[in-house]
Design a protein around this ligand. Structure first.
Ligand code: SF4
Ligand code: SF4
Length: 442
């Protein structure tokens, strides 16, 4: 007698919450190893588990019930910088970043279910970043701290020594908090100069508007100068990138819904964004709504209108500056601009259009600087190693390092400070704005 074949019992996976890493994402890895060369954590530690291929393998094993969701998976998933350098070289198009973010979502949900929440992280993810009023209050406090003499007192008394070294150093490179934030200072609508080419919602962001509101104001001026009507809805919120990176996908979804509604009401043609990390997050909103067809369609519509500022200016046909700006600069490719959004040509095209400006390329300009959201605070040793390598690569004789992301701007300011170099750290749009301002003074 022939025995009936018995069905193989499926093993239970520890990925038991919604939004789990998808089979169609991890199953396409062909284990070729092309990604190992470019992965900063693999390069540093030489450990397959901390490589893109290793992380994809661990996520797959966990999804298929071969491995439990314990530290052997969690640690490699959280040491990933989410820099996406692996995606640029992967011949199979494996979305390592999305897989890592989805796996972090499982960890976040599991810790919640087990009552193992990190209260400080949760406070920032849910109590600060999604709440513009609290971000404004933090900004006001920091401005008071810098301008009232309190900062001098704190430094003189050594009170900062209670903080970890990395946070102490970061405090030292916080830019001067000027007037602003841009979301309050800029009018709700700014008419373009000359013919109207398009209308754009200016996405002001959280970190950008707290620390670099000058960049947001420069962005608005440059858009207006180039025939783009600027709309600044006051009810927009932070993009939710930090929540996605930390695994808090429910909060990220709430924030995404709010921003999609704001854009739909604005009637703008585009969402203009000057922060690479936020731009990538806004373009990836559909990932958050894969199980919600109604919102997914709206997210797809929304994301198709998102443009990095350099991308938008090239698309509408920007006006090259007329005045000379004699400056030698180098350009750092922010990971979420070059790897996540595949934008390399447009920022360079803006810089090269400036008369008198010399762009001196740095080697490996697309290697992560170590900022990676809050990675430089959670994994300072790795972040510092990457920063050192970045600073070693800055060509001699440049006056400024230019980039398109506030996290990189903070991290590279730290590198400049450590090396005591007379270098400016600038956003691409600030260079263009400076060149336009010189036209007026000719
Ligand atoms: S390059 Fe892509 S397909 Fe090859 S091992 Fe890495 S993730 Fe897998
Ligand atoms: S995203 Fe960056 S750190 Fe993470 S696996 Fe890919 S290359 Fe490595």
């Amino acid at each position: 007698m022939v025995n009936e074949p018995t069905a193989v019992e499926a093993k239970a996976s520890d990925f038991r919450f919604p939004d789990a890493p998808e089979e169609e994402k991890y199953s396409v890895c062909v284990h070729c190893g092309f990604c190992l060369e470019v992965c900063p954590t693999y390069q540093a530690w030489g450990d397959e588990n901390h490589s893109p291929r290793g992380r994809v393998y661990l996520i797959k094993a966990c999804a298929e019930g071969e491995l439990p969701l314990d530290e052997s998976v969690i640690d490699p998933v959280f040491t990933c910088l989410d820099c996406r350098a692996c995606e640029t070289v992967c011949p199979s198009g494996v979305q390592v970043g999305a897989l890592v973010e989805e796996a972090r979502g499982q960890v976040f949900f599991a810790r919640d279910a087990e009552g193992k929440r990190d209260p400080i992280m949760r406070f920032f993810l849910r109590g600060v970043f999604p709440r513009p009023a609290r971000l404004r209050a933090i900004r006001r406090l920091m401005r008071f701290y810098q301008r009232s003499g309190l900062r001098r007192l704190v430094h003189a008394t050594g009170m900062l020594n209670v903080l970890p070294a990395q946070m102490r150093e970061m405090e030292d490179v916080i830019p001067d908090i000027g007037r602003g934030p841009a979301i309050d200072v800029l009018p709700e609508t700014m008419a373009p100069r000359g013919e109207t080419k398009a209308a754009a919602l200016l996405f002001t962001g959280c970190v950008m508007d707290v620390f670099f509101s000058d960049v947001n104001e420069a962005t608005a001026r440059v858009l207006v100068r180039n025939g783009v009507e600027v709309r600044v809805p006051k009810d927009q919120v932070c993009c939710g990138a930090l929540q996605v990176h930390a695994g808090d996908r429910d909060m990220a979804r709430e924030m995404a819904k709010r921003n999609i509604e704001v854009f739909e009401r604005s009637g703008a043609d585009y969402v203009a964004i000057n922060a690479a990390g936020c731009g990538a997050a806004l373009k990836e909103y559909p990932e958050l709504f894969r199980d919600d067809p109604a919102w997914r369609d709206r997210a797809v519509q929304f994301s198709s209108r998102v443009r990095d500022i350099s991308q938008l200016l090239v698309e509408v046909g920007f006006d090259p500056p007329k005045a000379e700006l004699p400056m030698t600069v180098t350009y750092h490719d922010a990971c979420h601009l070059c790897h996540a959004q595949k934008i390399r040509y447009e920022p360079r095209s803006l810089l090269k259009s400036v008369p008198g400006l010399t762009l001196r390329e740095m080697p490996d300009s697309d290697r992560c600087c170590g900022s990676a959201g809050i990675y430089n605070l959670t994994h300072p040793a790795m972040a510092n190693e990457l920063l050192e390598r970045k600073m070693d690569d800055v060509p001699a004789g440049v006056e400024a390092i230019v980039m398109g992301n506030p996290g990189c701007m903070m991290q590279i300011r730290l590198g400049v400070k450590r090396r005591n170099q007379p270098l400016r750290v600038m956003h691409t749009v600030e260079v263009l704005d400076l060149a336009y301002q010189r036209e007026g003074s000719r």
